[in-house]
Design a binder for this molecule. Structure first.
Ligand code: GLA
Length: 412
């Protein structure tokens, strides 16, 4: 027999019906009704304890869009091992939109049988057998952005399906959501995921429309802060914006990030064309200093050594993954010349000198701008040249190429 309790409807009814709130019968075996329980407003709500450093992995969307199948995903998993990406920290293999085609008679999501003939559990097992983790995509609305079935009204059912498939990471999009309130929609899926008992990193993809940095930390592990990225230095094309446009939107939000809850300036476009080598290094350096999730978005199975060297720069990855979990930010803005700083767990600082201009320029950073005493002496290590610049007192300077960075680690 179902276990039932009586709850007071509380706030939801109070405007219309003064006097005693009506009693509502709730079956604990049923998913909560979001019109009665407002899960995001639970003062005891906490996130799941996962993603204490920004998640790293690969996602199919930026390069492949809807052109995905199990061979592609298996190949990506193979490359994550053979290229050294897994051992550098890239562990989530995330299938983005367009894997799903329908729901069956019981309402269970169905993967495209032509593109994923072995099924999602087999793919998940394969990914896990490589020492990697499996990520998947759904949407809080009736349909995904690609027009596939969304999870609205099926939150608990889909969470159970994902858990049964061994999903470790869910990216949850915001298309076709009508008048839904973002905070509640995401809290409902967070509860559904939690109810499965499986550890599933929850990636909120709401594009920053309803200030997810305000409510995201208690609901998910990362939240998109902007529209979609495109493989370009700057400029909007419909819903997609350039790399530095995203930087400027994500930077001011630094105070909202921390272990387990990160601002997500979208997936990497390194290796997808559209940016120069200097711009791609700037992209990677700025994502790392902003403690952003590092999701490779390129065709990793066919990447060349130049692209691999960017994605596998372990000195830069270490800045992103620093356990203190502080998102770095701009500490000086001289027009095209900028100084960025990120405090590190060992008392050091990551610093990016960033040149947005069209000519090389000398940029200087003073210790006092980084929160250090002026007279301090510190070791300065160049994280792209992979060499020490020596011990410096008071600050350091370097010549920075157009659209490029010099990124260093400072150790007092
Ligand atoms: C939205 C998201 C993208 C991607 C697509 C898939 O645009 O922001 O990252 O997931 O949907 O359709």
């Amino acid at each position: 027999m179902a276990l039932s309790v009586l709850l007071f409807a509380g706030n939801a009814m109070s405007q219309e019906s003064p006097g005693p709130a009506p009693q509502v019968k709730l079956d604990l075996h049923e998913p909560p009704n979001p019109t009665i329980i407002r899960p995001s407003e639970d003062p005891k709500r906490t996130v799941n304890g996962l993603a204490l450093t920004p998640p790293m992995g690969w996602n199919s969307w930026n390069k492949f869009g809807c052109n995905i199948d199990e061979q592609l995903v298996r190949g990506a998993a193979d490359t994550m091992v053979s290229s050294g990406m897994r051992d550098a920290g890239y562990v989530y293999v995330v299938i983005d939109d367009c894997w799903q085609v329908d729901r069956d008679a019981q309402g269970v999501l169905v993967a495209d049988p032509k593109k994923f003939p072995s099924g999602m559990k087999a793919l998940s097992d394969y990914i896990h057998s490589k020492g990697l983790k499996f990520g998947i995509y759904s949407d809080a609305g009736s349909k995904t952005c690609g027009g596939r079935p969304g999870s609205q009204g099926h939150e608990y059912q889909d969470a159970r399906t994902f858990a049964a498939w061994g999903v470790d990471y869910l990216k949850y999009d915001w298309c076709w959501t009508g008048v839904r309130k973002a905070e509640e929609a995401y809290a409902l899926m967070a509860d559904a995921l939690r109810s499965t008992g499986r550890d599933i990193v929850f990636s909120i993809c709401e594009w920053g429309k309803d200030q997810p940095w305000e409510w995201g930390p208690k609901i998910g592990n990362l939240w998109r802060t902007t529209a979609d990225i495109r493989a370009a230095w700057s400029g909007r094309v419909r819903f997609r914006i350039g790399m530095v446009d995203i930087v400027d939107l994500n930077e001011p939000l630094y105070a909202h990030a921390g272990p387990g809850h990160w601002n997500d300036p979208d997936m990497l476009e390194i290796g997808n064309g559209g940016m120069t080598d200097a711009e791609e290094r700037s992209h990677f350096s700025l994502w790392a200093i902003m403690a952003a999730p590092l999701m490779a978005g390129n065709d990793i199975a066919n990447m060349d050594a130049r692209v691999r060297d960017i994605l596998l720069n372990r000195d830069v990855i270490a800045i992103d993954q620093d356990t203190l979990g502080i998102q770095g930010h701009r500490v000086r803005d001289d027009g095209d010349a900028e100084v960025w700083s990120k405090p590190l767990a060992d008392g050091g600082r990551a610093v990016v000198l960033f040149n947005r201009g069209s000519q090389s320029v000398e940029i200087a950073a003073k210790w006092t701008e980084l929160g250090y005493p002026a007279k301090m002496s510190a070791e300065v290590r160049d994280l792209w040249a992979h060499k020490s610049l020596g011990r410096k007192t008071g600050g350091f300077s370097a010549t920075v190429p157009s659209h490029g960075v010099v990124m260093v680690r400072i150790t007092p």
